[in-house]
Design a protein around this ligand. Structure first.
Ligand SMILES: C[S@@+](CC[C@H](N)C(=O)[O-])C[C@H]1O[C@@H](n2cnc3c(N)ncnc32)[C@H](O)[C@@H]1O
Length: 233
């Protein structure tokens, strides 16, 4: 489906997920990649797998992959998968078997959870076809004024084993430099938000102090990286 209304999404997806960021990331990416093409795409850190379903409402792909570390999330993703979707546990073997296989890779708010971001940049570079893109959003960076609060929450959950990922400190320039060193051309912009930040009496306060702070920081600090793997010389 190429034209859509937010109602179409809200019928299918919980608005307290990262839905609005997924929509914006796909919209921005479609300014650079051909639409409705036979693509193979990857959602790195796919959580419960809904991003690929959202993607299919906005564009199309031949094959969609999602990789995750967390078994429970993978189980949830596999429950709702369609025949053109594959959800797999992260492994180096998978990456070794997929050299120059992907037309586009996405990750929504995953990079701050990765300890060795240099290795991540290299592995994504290796699986992309030449002249292809990796789009990655990042609101969790040290320049974000809410980062210290958010980092505390995420690390607390991790230490209490309520969550399976840690929060690492990166500046946007550190990230840019690591991906540049891996061979990418690197671009950065704010992620334009097409829809509304949705209020939740508990979640909004816990994560962001207030709806005002959440909206302000999402508008100002949520970034979209563009990592372009150049043509082969
Ligand atoms: C903050 S969540 C974001 C999930 C999802 N992208 C979204 O937009 O809702 C980050 C996810 O990345 C996953 N992740 C972190 N490192 C990973 C890795 N090396 N391979 C696969 N998934 C990873 C974590 O398990 C976690 O589920």
């Amino acid at each position: 489906m190429n034209s859509f209304h937010i109602r179409d999404f809200f019928d299918k997806f919980d608005p307290h997920t990262n839905l609005i960021f997924w929509i914006s990331m796909v919209k921005e990416s479609l300014k650079l990649i051909p639409k409705n093409q036979e693509k193979t795409i990857l959602d790195f850190g796919c959580g419960d797998g809904k991003f690929l379903h959202l993607y299919k409402m906005m564009d199309d792909f031949k094959e969609g992959y999602g990789v995750e570390l967390d078994d429970k999330l993978l189980e949830a993703a596999n429950k709702i998968k369609t025949s053109d979707m594959n959800y797999l546990k992260y492994s180096q073997e998978f990456f070794n078997s997929k050299k120059e296989s992907f037309d586009v890779v996405y990750s929504q708010e995953v990079m701050y959870t990765i300890k060795d971001l240099k290795a991540h940049a290299k592995e994504i570079f290796a699986i992309l076809k030449p002249d292809s893109y990796y789009f990655a959003t990042m609101g969790s960076h040290i320049q974000n004024p809410l980062w210290s609060l958010r980092r505390e929450e995420i690390r607390k959950d991790y230490n209490e084993e309520k969550s399976h990922y840690f929060a690492y400190d990166y500046s946007l320039d550190e990230v840019a430099s690591m991906f540049y060193e891996a061979g990418f051309e690197v671009g950065l912009k704010r992620l334009p938000l097409d829809y509304f930040m949705v209020y939740h009496p508990k979640l909004t306060r816990e994560f962001s102090n207030s709806l005002y702070d959440l909206t302000k920081t999402a508008e100002e600090e949520k970034m979209l990286f563009l990592f372009w793997k150049p043509y082969k010389k």
